[in-house]
Design a protein around this ligand. Structure first.
Ligand code: DLZ
Length: 163
């Protein structure tokens, strides 16, 4: 049964979910590695804290965020994986690269999720500058890698409840 949220910003109930029964894939972009490394540490530790087994967390690295979709596709060829977390950091530059990469990743993640009928989580920071990225990768605005991991656990649970 769906949980009634007091408000849309009330995510406290999500922290109750257990990751013990699930297998996760994590794809990490190497571009802006200091930031994506922190996102990864946050996501990985959160999965462990929620009961996931180390053997049930499969990680691959890809060159940049543009390749996160391919990485998720590769991981999901392993049918044992219940959900994939994509972690990247795209920082606004002076070229239109930013828009192309952000749009491609968002669409690509949606498509790969629908192709395999498995949750693929968008854990990609899209920021104006380096400081905003650091603030969201273990800084003053928390760690978005942890939030991505919580989302992955919730979605894996929803999937398994329905199948
Ligand atoms: C090329 C590029 C640029 C300019 N900026 C970023 C970025 O801010 N974050 C990121 O993850 N990747 C970036 N890349 C690399 C692309 O994602 C991709 O790896 C290359 O275009 C090769 O396909």
């Amino acid at each position: 049964m769906a949980t009634h949220l007091k408000s849309l910003s009330d995510f406290t109930h999500l922290k109750a979910y257990s990751a013990e029964a699930f297998t996760f894939g994590i794809v990490v972009a190497q571009w802006n590695a200091a930031v994506t490394g922190s996102l990864y540490d946050g996501a990985y530790q959160l999965l462990l804290d929620k009961g996931a087994k180390q053997d049930n967390i499969k990680t691959i690295q890809v060159p940049g965020s543009f390749e996160l979709t391919s990485g998720a596709d590769i991981l999901l060829q392993d049918a044992s994986i219940d959900a994939v977390i994509c972690l990247g950091c795209v920082i606004q530059g002076e070229t239109r690269h930013f828009d192309f990469i952000c749009n491609a990743v968002a669409n690509g993640i949606t498509n790969v999720s629908l192709k395999y009928s498995k949750p693929v989580i968008f854990g990609v920071l899209t920021t104006d500058n380096q400081q905003q990225a650091e603030d969201r990768a273990g800084g003053i605005h928390g760690n978005k890698g942890e939030e991505a991991a919580i989302t992955a656990i919730q979605m894996a649970k929803i999937s398994s409840d329905l199948i």
